[in-house]
Design a binder for this molecule. Structure first.
Ligand SMILES: [Zn+2]
Length: 415
């Protein structure tokens, strides 16, 4: 174990975010393109499919995925042969249990075997999970699906459930680091006001509110803990009503607690729309306008709830992504728990409802001046190839200790 003090202060963790911002300057329509709108149109229709139609779609997609994995992904080819399976043994979602579960450790230790051999390097992007679990995982994602899949059409259909359409003004309060350590930046092209969760403090909370008012923000998204923090700062400062009339607030990256939801909704006078996903892009759990639970998004993936112990209220969430052909995740052990709800949502969509079993707790670090800095989503860029686990600890304000377990590939410049 090696300790690093004040790594946070060095700023090296934050450099990646400025690239994200540069990317966001490309006009939205260019970035989205015709395919995006065609796919969104498809999803607008498929959300009203019957249970049978959804299952049929999942079966078709699963057969395609498994055949592809068998033929092009060395790990799956070997796994199937070791288990005397052929891709044709997997005809429907009910055949899935024939395939052994996939554990994060297996992906970590066999990364090169998971890459589809029929993908060129420029057809995939390298991504990694962030620090929520302290065990970073590198994986590859189908580049084309980046806008069309997880963060594209599925996300925009969810914004639509809260009334938010492409081109309308939104603010995001999340871990963006803005050049010059500013608190905010407005992108007129995307009509997106980026508010930094890193620099939110009691004394500057009104500035955040002023910016939202200035840019007439209609929708807000971000980490529930940061949104709740902004809300309580504004209330402590005596604001009786919100600076803008929001239409919806989308919460992501963390478990949304009932008390947070209540505080946020009461102050802003609109509803929260919870969003559960994993960086591995294997599952979407999205709350609709009826707020009766999280919908499991059936066109995106197949989700199983497994119990080892029937007494347990919550079961392990096992997820199969239907969209990532660059590196298929089939029956992936997510590490999260949840349970299916029996009732059908009154919205009329046939996506099953479920609820999460806690976890994904928010972690804050406290800065020298007492302000809160969200740390659960800090990426450790570049070094995750060489670090197998890490953990943040804080003993005094303004300083963090990062403990890491090195891989054998770890070098001095990673430090
Ligand atoms: Zn619903």
């Amino acid at each position: 174990m090696k300790s690093l003090s004040n790594l946070y202060d060095t700023g090296i963790l934050l450099s990646k975010n400025s690239l994200k911002y540069a990317y966001s300057l490309i006009p939205l329509k260019w970035r989205l393109g015709k395919k995006f709108f065609r796919e969104l149109e498809f999803l607008e229709k498929s959300q009203w499919w019957s249970v049978q139609e959804l299952e049929q779609y999942q079966n078709d997609q699963l057969r395609k995925l498994v055949e592809h994995a068998y033929n092009n992904v060395p790990y799956y080819n070997r796994l199937f042969r070791d288990n005397r399976l052929s891709y044709s043994d997997i005809r429907t979602i009910h055949d899935l249990p024939k395939i052994p579960l996939l554990h994060k450790e297996t992906v970590k230790n066999n990364l090169s075997l998971f890459k589809a051999t029929n993908f060129k390097p420029n057809q995939m992007v390298k991504l990694n999970t962030s620090g929520t679990t302290g065990e970073p995982l590198i994986f590859y994602y189908n580049r084309r699906m980046r806008m069309l899949g997880f963060n594209g059409t599925f996300l925009w259909r969810h914004y639509g459930w809260g009334g938010h359409k492409v081109g309308e003004r939104r603010a995001t309060l999340s871990c963006w680091t803005i050049k010059g350590n500013r608190n905010f930046i407005y992108n007129p092209v995307n009509r997106l006001l980026v508010l930094s969760a890193y620099t939110l403090k009691h004394e500057n909370a009104e500035k955040y509110a002023d910016k939202m008012a200035k840019y007439q923000i209609e929708y807000l998204d971000g980490y529930p803990s940061s949104i709740e923090l902004l809300t309580s700062f504004l209330k402590e400062k005596g604001l009786k009503k919100p600076p803008v009339q929001l239409r919806a607030i989308f919460c992501w990256a963390e478990y949304l607690y009932d008390w947070q939801r209540k505080n946020i909704e009461t102050f802003w006078g609109c509803k929260c729309f919870d969003r559960y996903g994993l960086n591995e892009r294997v599952i979407w759990g999205l709350e609709c306008e009826k707020h009766e639970g999280l919908h499991l998004i059936s066109e995106f993936g197949i989700t199983e709830f497994m119990n080892d112990d029937s007494d347990k209220q919550f079961k392990r969430i096992i997820a199969t992504s239907l969209t990532n052909y660059a590196m298929p995740f089939i029956r992936y052990e997510t590490g999260d728990v949840g349970r299916l709800l029996e009732n059908k949502c009154s919205c009329g969509r046939n996506f099953p409802l479920f609820e999460l079993g806690g976890g994904r707790k928010r972690n804050f670090a406290i800065d020298k001046d007492g302000s809160y800095i969200p740390i659960a989503n800090i990426d450790i860029p570049n070094v995750s190839d060489h670090v197998s686990q890490f953990q943040f600890m804080q003993n005094k304000k303004g300083s963090l200790t990062l403990s890491i377990i090195k891989k054998s590939t770890f070098q001095d410049n990673d430090l």
